[in-house]
Design a protein around this ligand. Structure first.
Ligand SMILES: [Zn+2]
Ligand SMILES: [Zn+2]
Length: 283
């Protein structure tokens, strides 16, 4: 176990240092940001595993019984914040920010894609600040073990600039008296002004729609196709909707769980009805 311990933390720090080396270059282009993000997310993944290992060595595996594959980043985070396992207290928006960064990392690793330079810089700043906090608070590492003073100052400048922009966006919201402020699907900050359909921090624009299922307003990116939850049948080369249970074909993030349980209830009720009818027919 001692070798594993050394490898996890040592590797995490070397990825982190690599990420920092990219991020502090002047006039960093998209490729540079791409590597900074891939490295910082890798550093986070290893740091999470190290934390889990300290709680119990079996926790670094996806299945604690089989112990073959190691845990994914999302699952590691779930275990860390689970009150019965890690009991880690992190900021309310952190899990979402981490998920977006992981998604971005996967996109960057697996296929060519276009991401704005600002978007990547913002994601990097989010994870960088989170990692500084995580190394210090949860792995009890003194700063000099994972970052050099100059590099820290340089990147903190970037993080502060972003915090500054966020404060400015918030005072703009207050001054204008906007009421419906949502979490932006692009920058993950509470700066999306629903009535304008635009984020006043990153200027991401997105349509605001009425959810077909619950009627609440929702971001277009949060509309979920629900057709898979309904009953379909394959007939002569095409899929035919057999039973829609009187439900809509889309729902929103806010009502999808209710949607699923309603469909389950209706399917159950129908099943019992069918059973009764069949029973009657035999009498
Ligand atoms: Zn935004
Ligand atoms: Zn809804």
């Amino acid at each position: 176990m001692s070798k594993l311990k050394l490898d996890l933390i040592k590797n995490s720090i070397s990825y982190f240092r690599e990420a920092v080396a990219y991020a502090q270059r002047d006039g960093l282009d998209e490729t540079g940001w791409k590597f900074a993000i891939i490295n910082v997310v890798q550093a986070m993944e290893l740091a999470f595993k190290e934390k889990l290992r300290r709680i119990h060595p079996a926790l670094i595996y996806s299945s604690v019984d089989e112990r073959t594959d190691t845990v994914s980043l999302s699952k590691a985070l779930k275990r860390l914040v689970d009150p019965g396992i890690g009991g880690l207290v992190i900021a309310e928006k952190d899990p979402r920010k981490i998920e977006t960064a992981v998604k971005l990392r996967n996109e960057l690793t697996h296929f060519e894609c276009e991401h704005e330079h600002e978007h990547m810089e913002a994601k990097f700043a989010d994870i960088f600040s989170f990692m500084i906090f995580f190394y210090r608070e949860h792995l009890e590492l003194p700063a000099e073990e994972f970052i050099d003073y100059d590099a820290h100052q340089h990147i903190m400048g970037l993080v502060k600039a972003r915090a500054e922009l966020r404060t400015r966006a918030q005072s703009y919201i207050k001054a204008e008296g906007f009421i419906d402020i949502w979490i932006c699907s692009s920058c993950d900050e509470s700066t999306f002004v629903a009535q304008n359909g635009e984020c006043c921090l990153c200027h991401h624009k997105e349509a605001v729609l009425d959810c077909a299922s619950c009627g609440q307003e929702t971001l277009e990116s949060e509309v979920i196709d629900t057709s898979n939850f309904l009953d379909w049948d394959y007939n002569e080369g095409s899929m035919i909707l057999m039973e829609d249970f009187g439900m809509e074909m889309t729902a929103c993030q806010g009502c999808i769980e209710t949607f699923k349980s309603k469909v389950d209830e209706k399917r159950q009720a129908q099943y019992h009805e069918d059973m009764e009818r069949d029973a009657m027919a035999y009498r």
